[in-house]
Design a protein around this ligand. Structure first.
Ligand SMILES: Cc1cc2nc3c(=O)[nH]c(=O)nc-3n(C[C@H](O)[C@H](O)[C@H](O)COP(=O)(O)O)c2cc1C
Length: 148
């Protein structure tokens, strides 16, 4: 059990309806491209993202099973669609629906890409509860907020 102060992790950044958060990675998950919206929403400068593992924006509320599913799906050449809570540089968070798939050149898999759009409040609530349950069931870290 890790304890967080009330002020940590609680500030949400809303993803605008009319913008796409786009990134690409190499085949090992290192970021090769991040669009301006990705930088704005995650709070990082482009230079801080390029070459880093995409887990740089991993939020501790995400169960590892979600990413195991993502990687096995895309490695099988299929498209993964999932709901992801991401961590900002300032430790705030943002929720997205992500569509992750391969980038092919002349039929050969060269990179992966992800396009992300906003989700509704009801969906965020549903997935927060689901992911809390999944982490608890797998003995992954759970969250306790301390009110000071
Ligand atoms: C194209 C692409 C986009 C990804 N986007 C995210 C993302 O937005 N947030 C995230 O936590 N992981 C994302 N991942 C998964 C990460 O590579 C990583 O598996 C995940 O953060 C878990 O990392 P960890 O097992 O090192 O903790 C993405 C992977 C790929 C291939």
């Amino acid at each position: 059990m890790i304890e967080y102060k009330e002020s940590e992790f609680l500030v949400e950044t809303e993803v605008p309806e009319d913008e796409l958060i786009i990134s690409r990675t190499d085949l090992n998950g290192k970021i090769t491209y991040a669009n301006e919206t990705f930088c704005d929403i995650s709070g990082y400068h482009e230079d801080e993202l390029l070459g880093k593992d995409h887990s740089i924006v991993r939020h501790p509320d995400m169960p590892s099973a979600a990413f195991e599913d993502l990687w096995s799906t895309i490695k099988a050449g299929k498209q993964w669609i999932g709901i992801v809570k991401n961590l900002r540089k300032d430790r705030g968070f943002y929720w997205v629906e992500a569509i992750v798939s391969g980038v092919y050149k002349k039929g050969e898999l060269v990179e992966y890409k992800s396009l992300r759009t906003p989700i509704s409040y009801v969906t965020k609530l549903k997935y927060q509860r689901l992911y809390d349950k999944m982490r608890a069931e797998n003995n992954e870290r759970t969250r306790k907020v301390i009110y000071e």
